[in-house]
Write a protein that binds this ligand. Structure first.
Ligand code: COA
Ligand code: AMP
Length: 634
């Protein structure tokens, strides 16, 4: 048995000793009374009694150790033609000042700060400044509509919102401020202040008394000589809330604590990603997603790496060589992206000809996550780059990989289609609906034996009562990942898809239930279903089916366009909801449950069996006929 199995079995034999040892990589103001306190929280709490500060561990510690001159953040923005390097010493200065500015606006320990910003270095400054004060940040992805932001404002109740005048998409400037104003207008909770970073491409109108210009605020704070020190927080205090799709329009506020998060992420940087302090680590995600939180900001900075904030796309900014340019320019050692981004590159540059234009000799490993890495894409990248391509599987809830190929510990053979093996911390079981283990090789519900390891969500924000129904009631003693999959004879896991109504669109997690709520709110819609249809580029694309109310005689195409616009307005462009079809009826079971799985198979042109419980099989032919007259791509 190799090193991975030694370490995994060592963890299994004594999890507290394992995490106690890993915790030595973090600087604590006060050590833990108990490595694991089984008696508190939803399933126990890690590092109970310890005191720490995440901002301190991400910045101050490295500056004190003499690494102040090392780049902490490289900002590379092909959409604005800007590049900037921020050293650890400069980052410390900016964070100390911005934290003092936030404190001046009344932000103290435990207060919430919502961050709604594009991919600029200031987003990291805002997150780390909140963490420095012991405040709890909640970053909202820029592609969400005002309504989604309003839902989050009502739940997180921030004292301050930090935003920017705009984000930049290849073809448009997305004006953030009108969206922010609309969200505040809609929300019952009103923040005391908004700090707005004015970008040269767009100047936002500021509301007197409430809104402050980032640069003016920072300049004023600097003039007064104020800098904020790190506020000690409990290891179990929240560092952030990150909202993610649940089965309804009310997103789940995943909470991340300070101590366990630092311990787990630091462990992953060394053992999964195999990077040492000083290495350049690049995750081409967005800070609005969990990958951005863990592997653009916290993981690399905790480990003393240089991280890259890239404001661009894999293609079109300017071409399919964009990623390879960044990797060669900054000598990236480990690169993390979503399979959909590689598929976008492959589509434009099928032979990978752009790769030859750049020196990628420093790149050791390519990591993929966010959606299933299809074997074709893995093989294409392996051949084009000539380095290991590592799929790893995780979720917003866990904050780090449940299964991976731990390059830092031992590079295990890659099996395309599998994210390899469970990481220490995760005792994986595969169960049938009744909670019995399924035989090896058979598909089942993937669950994690409780407790979850450090870094995973301790609960949902303001909603302890949703934790059990969401995660632990279905299979008592286990955390339900809501992913289905199987394990092969070598212990490799294969993740095949969700067991709930979550779909994965271009690596983004979206709820079809939330979209159905929007569809049914249209005045002409009697009932509806949204499914995730297979898409060669984005993995899945949402497709809606609507049945009109009796007596509605409007042109179906007009109603369909209104529905597409409504989803964009309520959820946002990120939903990529472009297709809806009016149908006469929806297929249902005799007890009235809509057969979404069967509709999906028809849309995907996959083989399917007519469900035994179907009310009227003729409806399936009707749906098939509509989709063949007006195909989804059309
Ligand atoms: N702010 C505002 N709008 C945004 C946005 C942001 N931060 N990010 C995306 N959008 C918009 C896009 O402009 C697009 O709008 P449109 O309908 O007007 O064209 C829409 O949301 C859908 O965006 P996206 O899913 O990114 O599709 P795309 O066609 O623009 O690009 C890819 C396709 C594959 C290049 C892109 O999805 C990608 O790079 N994906 C990587 C995914 C990723 O990193 N996921 C994180 C998990 S690891
Ligand atoms: P998110 O919470 O947005 O990170 O989405 C998590 C979900 O994305 C998981 O529950 C999976 O359904 C899917 N996912 C993420 N990474 C992978 C992967 N490597 N393989 C298969 N599915 C994945």
């Amino acid at each position: 048995m190799g090193r991975y199995w030694d370490v995994y079995n060592g963890w299994l034999a004594d999890p507290e000793a394992f995490w106690g040892e890993a915790a030595k990589a973090v600087d604590w103001f006060k050590p833990a009374d108990k490595i694991f306190d089984a008696g508190s929280g939803q399933y126990g709490r890690w590092f109970a009694g310890a005191e720490c500060n995440t901002s301190y561990n991400c910045i101050d510690r490295h500056v004190k150790a003499g690494c102040g001159a090392q780049p902490a953040i490289i900002y590379d923005s092909p959409v604005t033609g800007t590049k900037r390097t921020v050293t650890y010493a400069e980052l410390l200065d900016e964070v100390e000042v911005f934290a003092a500015a936030l404190a001046g606006l009344g932000v103290t320990k435990g207060d919430r700060v919502v961050i709604y910003m594009p991919m600029v270095p200031e987003v990291a400054v805002a997150m780390l400044a909140a963490a420095r004060l012991g405040a709890i940040h909640s970053v909202v992805f820029g592609g969400f509509a005002a309504n989604e932001l309003a839902v989050r404002l009502n739940d997180a109740k921030p004292k301050v919102i930090v935003s920017a005048s705009c984000g930049i998409e290849p073809k448009t400037i997305v004006k953030y401020k009108p969206l922010l104003d609309a969200a505040i207008e809609m929300a019952a909770h009103k923040p005391a202040h908004c700090v707005v970073l004015q970008r040269p491409m767009e100047t936002a109108a500021l509301k007197a008394g409430r809104d402050l210009d980032w640069s003016e605020l920072v300049a004023k704070t600097r003039e007064s000589g104020q800098k904020a020190a790190c506020v000690p927080v409990k290891a179990t205090d929240p560092l952030y809330i990150l909202y993610t799709s649940g089965s309804t329009g009310q997103p789940k506020g995943v909470v991340r604590d300070n101590g366990g998060h630092m311990v787990a992420l630091t462990w992953t940087m060394r053992n999964i990603y195999g990077v040492a302090p000083g290495d350049v680590f690049w995750s081409a995600s967005d800070v609005g997603w969990v990958v951005g939180h863990s592997y653009i900001i916290y993981g690399p900075l905790l480990n003393g790496n240089t991280t890259i904030i890239y404001e661009g796309k894999p293609v079109g900014t300017p071409d399919a060589g964009a990623f390879w340019r960044v990797i060669s320019e900054y000598k990236v050692a480990a690169f993390f992206t979503a399979p959909t981004a590689l598929r976008a590159i492959k589509k434009e540059d099928p032979t990978g000809s752009q790769i030859a234009n750049y020196d990628l000799t420093g790149l050791r490993t390519l990591f993929l996550a966010g959606e299933r890495a299809d074997p074709d894409t893995v093989r294409w990248a392996e051949q084009a780059l000539g380095i290991p391509v590592i799929d790893h599987w995780w979720q917003t809830e866990t904050g780090w990989a449940i299964a991976a190929n731990p390059i830092g510990l031992e590079a295990l053979p890659v099996k395309p289609g599998s994210p390899t093996v469970p990481m220490p911390g995760y005792d994986i079981h595969i169960l049938d609906e009744d909670g019995h283990a399924v035989p090896q090789g058979q598909l089942g519900n993937i669950v994690v034996k409780l407790p979850l390891p450090p870094g995973c969500l301790p609960s949902l924000w303001n909603a302890d009562e949703r934790f059990g129904p969401s995660y632990t009631d279905h299979f008592p003693g286990y955390y339900k990942t809501a992913d289905a999959g199987y394990r092969d004879e070598d212990g490799y896991l294969f993740i095949m898809g969700r067991t709930d109504d979550i779909i994965n669109v271009a690596g983004h997690r979206l709820s079809t239930g939330a979209m159905e709520e929007v569809l049914s709110s249209h005045k002409d819609v009697a009932e509806c279903a949204v499914i995730g249809a297979a898409d060669a580029l984005k993995g899945e694309l949402p497709v809606g089916f609507i049945v009109l109310k009796a007596g509605v005689e409007r042109d179906a195409k007009d109603i369909e366009s209104e529905i597409v616009a409504l989803v964009r307005e309520r959820i946002g462009p990120v939903a990529a909801f472009k297709t809806v079809r009016v149908v006469g009826r929806l297929p249902k079971t005799r007890s009235g449950k809509i057969l979404r799985g069967t509709i999906k198979k028809i849309a995907d042109k996959a083989d399917f069996k007519i469900p035994a419980t179907i009310d009227d099989p003729a409806i399936l032919d009707e749906i098939g006929a509509i989709l063949s007259t007006r195909p989804i791509a059309g």
